[in-house]
Design a protein around this ligand. Sequence first.
Ligand SMILES: CC(C)(COP(=O)(O)OP(=O)(O)OC[C@H]1O[C@@H](n2cnc3c(N)ncnc32)[C@H](O)[C@@H]1OP(=O)(O)O)[C@@H](O)C(=O)NCCC(=O)NCCS
Length: 181
Amino acid sequence: MSPIEFTIRTARPSDAAALAEIYAHHVLHGTATFETEAPDSAEMGARLARVVDARAPWLVAAAPDGMVLGYAYVAQFRDRPAYRMTCENSIYIRDECRGQGLGAALLAALLEASTVAGFRQMIAVIGGGEPGSIALHAALGFEHIGRVRSSGRKHGRWLDTVYMQLPLGPGDSVPPEEEPI
Ligand SMILES: CC(C)(COP(=O)(O)OP(=O)(O)OC[C@H]1O[C@@H](n2cnc3c(N)ncnc32)[C@H](O)[C@@H]1OP(=O)(O)O)[C@@H](O)C(=O)NCCC(=O)NCCS
């Protein structure tokens, strides 16, 4: 099999239908997300707009013919203001394109873009403790920081949530330039 060709670029509003299609498979058949009803393209477009408004990165991997093969984005880890420099990532690859390097390339690009955006820590919240996702994050330097047992129930199974973390840029070695409080 010849290696898959793709380029990584910032997501655009016109990608919403492809994002919804990719995510729907993982909502309906996987355990990485604890959502159980697939959001439509209008909802995915709204999610993209919220990430863009927050000046956080949302990237896609696109084939030479323009088809979106996967995506990755970050959002602030939790809402309260002191979390502002910690982000949580999400990565979803079109099911038939998994295992061909797209996830690693998207995550590497996301680390760089999230650092540029000013985040200092990235947290991966891995639904179902998926071994492929744990291996991907470990390959890029994330450390295991915890497991919440049986925190989800989907497809008739109890699902753990595994947390992994990677410092970005200077991490916590120096304070940020601006301190609102
Ligand atoms: C997890 C996911 C993002 C990985 O993307 P991918 O394109 O399939 O992964 P890659 O081909 O880039 O693999 C990169 C590395 O991750 C690890 N990896 C990925 N899938 C793996 C699997 N099924 N088993 C073991 N290791 C795996 C390997 O270390 C691999 O490196 P190698 O090929 O040199 O051994 C993708 O499979 C996916 O969309 N899964 C469903 C949704 C999901 O779990 N998202 C993560 C939410 S936190």
